[in-house]
Design a protein around this ligand. Sequence first.
Ligand SMILES: *[C@@H]1O[C@H](CO)[C@@H](O)[C@H](O)[C@H]1NC(C)=O
Length: 369
Amino acid sequence: MHQRILIISIILLLLLLLFEITMTKTPPMSPPDLPCKVRLLLSLLTIVINTVRRSNGTINRRLMSLFDLKASPSSKPNNRVKTSDVMVDPTRNLWFRLYVPAAAITTSTTSPSAKLPLIIYFHGGGFAFFSANSKPYDDLCKRLSAELPAVVVSVNYRLAPEHIYPSQYEDGFDVLKFIDQTTIDGFDLNNVDITRCFLAGDSAGGNLAHHVAVKASNHHEFGKMRVVGLIAIQPFFGGKERTESETRLSKGSALSLEQTDWYWKTFLPEGSDRDHAAANVFGQESKDVFGVNFPATIVFVGGFDLLQDWQRRYYEGLKKSGKEAYLIEYPNSFHGFYAFPELKEPSFLVKEVRDFIDKLCYAPSGISF
Ligand SMILES: *[C@@H]1O[C@H](CO)[C@@H](O)[C@H](O)[C@H]1NC(C)=O
């Protein structure tokens, strides 16, 4: 208990110090005109992530848990969305949080065009941090569910370094199979159309969504489920080569090159490097053949994100492979901007995702249902 008080005092002191620093000078690698609260939170996040990562490649989970605030599920529509947690496999604590918007609850119908699309969401955090019930991700999924609207499944996959590649990809894919095969409480097939399923994720979650999509388009016959779209929000890709944006923004305010190197090192198998196919998806080691059913993809890129060059290459690689792909750029956005609803870009993102879903589900020339 004393330890906790001590830690909280230190945090408060740090916050004061941070406030001083962030108010007196803006780091050159941050977008201009960021609200003071956002700058403060970004600085705090950087300090926390850099403190809990140990030099021997492990994470101080106890310290991290003080900062990684969790949200409980809520069976009463809170913010127009009902949430519940569904266990998939207790032996590896694989579960997901289900978001059902009031729109689905009130307009129960058997007309297929009135059913909501399903979004399977993978949270970010370098494969190592956060969970489906982390407050910022709970807020984001609630917002997506209410505003699109859509039924959202947010996957609580295992984390590195305790579980390395390919545990996260297996967990993601197993959730798809589970939803395809299982009758789930609160998941009413009269309200949600699993033939219109979208995979989505930010940062490492965007990487995960991609690899799960590759697997889904290739190696598996689903019963009813069809993956029609992939929403990659600032996806985490990389390679041995240093790109221009990695060099220029190496000390970015929300994500640094030192951090991305550390994430790859803890996630990838011993003896591999950043050209591993998990990171460099269009590199030499990548043997993934995208199935003919690889979904249409929308990629979101921020002008202050050091990962932007890899993300543009991803988009270009998809186009070259003959896939339907869209690139959306927000010049003033840093890595993780969607966690800050006070900015305007998260609203643009929701609108863009809604248009993407409409295009794939409702366009006259689109997929028939
Ligand atoms: C890493 O360091 C921490 C703290 O110093 C220690 O508790 C842990 O056992 C170490 N782990 C490994 C795998 O060396």
